[in-house]
Structure formats: structure tokens, C-alpha cells
Design a protein around this ligand. Structure first.
Ligand code: SAH
Length: 371
């Protein structure tokens, strides 16, 4: 809690340790904003919703989404929107407050669940929390972009004697040096976190992600809404992805703890399992397919037409390539959604063929229908 990377450093952005899609291009957040509006419309335009972001980084993604909400103010005019940010880093929450409210926030409000409150530059109330459980219940759209990969994992290895946990130990030979060791016997984690049907020999499990997805699924089942998760990851196939980044370079995870971003690919098959059927799930779908379905090409054309100078146009094309190129972020990043069952299957018409009761397709996972 005091020496961890996100408490002390948390270097998102060009001058930090790693760069994320919203920091690369405004289009990323704009299309996500459109996704929420599209789902809000498909779910019958409820008269209030909370936008809940887990791990908002510098606040850029929320800023871009709120700009879209402002541009579409006439569509959202009868809807009461509030923003709820779940953030553990004191440093990043200050940066978010400056970005979103211009610094006009009230720390430690009477309402002790939120540790800070403010009003966005566009007039929307924003509250900050340390835990998803502190966010008030209610119809909510959740967002987790590059959040789950930041949560701690357990590593396991299959041996002739059964599963063993990979643990961190102090190297007896070299002072101040850490090393990986295998547990001599089973541990509580080997007994609880490995799925019985597991076929891999090396596995990484993030139980904290599992708990959070269970909470999201329960909240969506009870109060309605949807969750959009975007991250680098796989669908239960990869084995050894734990790594560190410092100043945009790979960094040994065991050296200088607390000074580098530690990350592991998100296992979407595990997230799907942890939703426990309380919600439907969609994806994972590759970032380039999701953004294409959301109309990124059209948006790029408009921005190119509206930009007068060559430098801006080059920057737009460069950032498009970063997001979409399969060798850059296009293929390794994935989108995954939790949605109420009734959003995909009409509750009264479960047994009828789909064509008889068409529900609007979910944008991003299908082509966006602009009607
Ligand atoms: N979504 C942002 C930032 C991703 S970095 C972007 O795309 O740019 C990860 C974010 O998660 C940071 O804001 C970090 O402080 C936050 N974070 C890390 N662990 C967390 C935890 N356990 N609970 C809440 N937030 C956490």
C-alpha cells in the first residue's frame, strides 16, 4: 500500500513507463463513448446511468467519453449521468481531478465512501473510490481499460508431483536479490485457483480480477447496465506473460520492486468463467475489429478533412496505425463485454428462432448500425 508502483509512481503516458490507447489517440475514447450511448439506446434509454471506470490512469479516456456525451447532449438531455472513478493511486487521482474538473474538487467529503468529489468541466458530478464495492448501486456502464493486466497474479507450474506455485524468495547467494522458487508442496493457491480441466503446464491466475468480474456481473444482473473490458490478453491459451516495464523498456520483474509497471496478459476465458452465467459475455474480439465495427475509418476521414496542417494529419495517421496495425496494438488488444441476458435474448421469446424477435446488435462486436 505504501511502496507499490501505482502508489508511488504509476507512470502512464509518454514521459512515464508505458503508453495506452487513449493517450495515443482521442478517437479511441470517442468510439468507446459512442459504444455506451449505443447500448444505452438499445436498452431503452433509462433516465439515469452511472459511468464507472476502473483504473482511469490520467483520466484521458473519461475526458474523451465526456466530450462525446456533451456533443450528443441533445440525445442524452433527459438522462441524469454521473461519473464514478475507482482509483487507488493518490498521484493519479490528482492528475485525473486536474484533467476532468480543472482541479475543483472537494477531498474527504462527508459521504465517506467517496474519498473525493468534483464536477466535470461539462457539468457532470464525479466521485472517486478505492474499491468497486464503494460505488453506489444503480444502473451502470462499467469500463476497464488496461486495468485487469495491472492486478497481481499467481503463477503455477505442473510437475511430476502435481501443481506447484512459483514463489518469490530472497536469493541466499546474492544480497538484496530476489529469485523465483517452486513451492516444495501444494499451497492454498494451487488448491483453490487452478481449474480442474486445466491443460496447460504453466498457468497465471489473477484471483482479484475474478472477484471484480463476479461483482460486476452481480451488479449488472441486479441493477442493469453493461461492462466493457479492453486489455491485452488471450482466451486461455498463454502460459508465461508476467513482465515489467520501466521507461518504455522491458524490466526484470524482480529487480527494484515498486519502480516498474508489472503486468500479465488478461485471461479472458477466466473472466468469462467468473461471470458465472449471471450475465451474457461477448468477445474477446481483436481491437482492430472492434474499432473498425465502431466506425474508426469514418471518424479518421472526418478528422483528416477537418485538419489543415500536415503535421496533424501525419499524427492522425500514425496514431491510427498504432491502434489498428496487427503488429502493433490491433491484434494483441481485445474487447470483452458483460451484458444482461435480456440484451441478447428476448426474455419472453427464448424458444423462438432469433429472426422472429430481432434485438439491436451490440456495437463493436457487430457492425455499428447508424439509424
Ligand atoms: N485506463 C488507463 C490507465 C491504465 S493503468 C488508460 O488506459 O490509460 C492502470 C490503472 O489502474 C491506473 O490508474 C492505476 O492506478 C489503477 N489501479 C491499479 N491497481 C488498482 C486497484 N487495485 N484498484 C483500483 N485501481 C487500480
Amino acid at each position: 500500500p505504501l511502496q507499490g508502483y501505482y502508489t508511488r509512481r504509476g507512470g502512464v503516458g509518454e514521459s512515464g513507463d508505458f503508453i495506452t490507447s487513449p493517450e495515443i489517440s482521442q478517437v479511441f475514447g470517442e468510439l468507446i463513448g459512442i459504444w455506451y450511448i449505443s447500448e444505452w439506446m438499445a436498452m431503452g434509454k433509462p433516465n439515469t446511468f452511472q459511468l464507472v471506470e476502473l483504473g482511469p490512469g490520467r483520466g484521458t479516456l473519461t475526458e474523451d467519453i465526456l466530450r462525446v456525451f456533451k456533443q450528443l447532449a441533445s440525445v442524452l438531455s433527459k438522462c441524469d449521468v454521473s461519473v464514478h472513478l475507482v482509483e487507488v493511486s493518490p498521484k493519479l487521482s490528482e492528475i485525473q481531478a486536474a484533467m476532468l474538473t480543472g482541479g475543483k474538487v472537494q477531498p474527504n467529503p462527508e459521504d465517506e465512501l467517496a474519498y473525493m468529489k468534483g464536477i466535470s468541466k461539462t457539468g457532470i458530478p464525479i466521485s472517486w473510490y478505492r474499491d468497486i464495492q464503494d460505488v453506489p448501486p444503480g444502473y451502470s456502464f462499467y469500463l476497464a481499460h488496461e486495468f485487469f493486466d495491472a492486478l497481481p497474479i499467481h503463477k503455477f507450474q505442473r510437475t511430476e508431483k502435481g501443481w506447484r506455485e512459483v514463489l518469490v524468495d530472497i536469493d541466499p547467494e546474492v544480497p538484496d536479490q530476489l529469485r523465483f522458487v517452486l513451492s516444495p508442496s501444494r499451497t492454498p493457491a494451487t488448491q483453490n485457483f487452478i481449474q480442474p480441466e486445466e491443460t496447460r503446464d504453466h498457468v497465471e491466475v489473477c484471483p482479484e480480477a475474478g472477484v471484480i468480474v463476479q461483482r460486476l456481473a452481480s451488479r449488472i444482473e441486479k441493477d442493469g447496465g453493461a461492462a466493457l473490458v479492453a486489455d491485452y490478453g488471450h482466451d486461455g491459451t498463454k502460459t508465461d506473460t508476467f513482465r515489467g516495464f520501466r521507461n518504455h523498456k522491458l524490466h526484470d520483474v524482480l529487480s527494484a520492486p515498486g519502480t516498474a509497471d508489472l503486468t500479465a496478459d488478461v485471461d479472458f476465458s477466466y473472466l468469462r468463467k467468473m461471470a458465472q452465467g449471471k450475465t451474457a459475455t461477448l468477445g474477446p474480439i481483436k481491437q482492430r475489429e472492434f474499432l473498425k465495427n465502431m466506425g474508426i475509418d469514418l471518424r479518421l476521414q472526418v478528422l483528416l478533412q477537418n485538419s489543415g496542417d500536415t503535421a496533424t494529419r501525419e499524427q492522425l495517421l500514425h496514431s491510427y496505425d498504432m491502434l489498428m496495425n496487427p503488429e502493433k496494438m490491433g491484434d494483441c488488444f481485445n474487447f470483452f463485454a458483460l451484458l444482461p441476458h435480456h440484451r441478447l435474448v428476448h426474455p419472453d421469446k427464448k424458444d423462438e428462432p432469433e429472426s422472429k424477435c430481432p434485438l439491436p446488435p451490440v456495437a463493436g462486436f457487430n457492425e455499428l448500425l447508424l439509424k
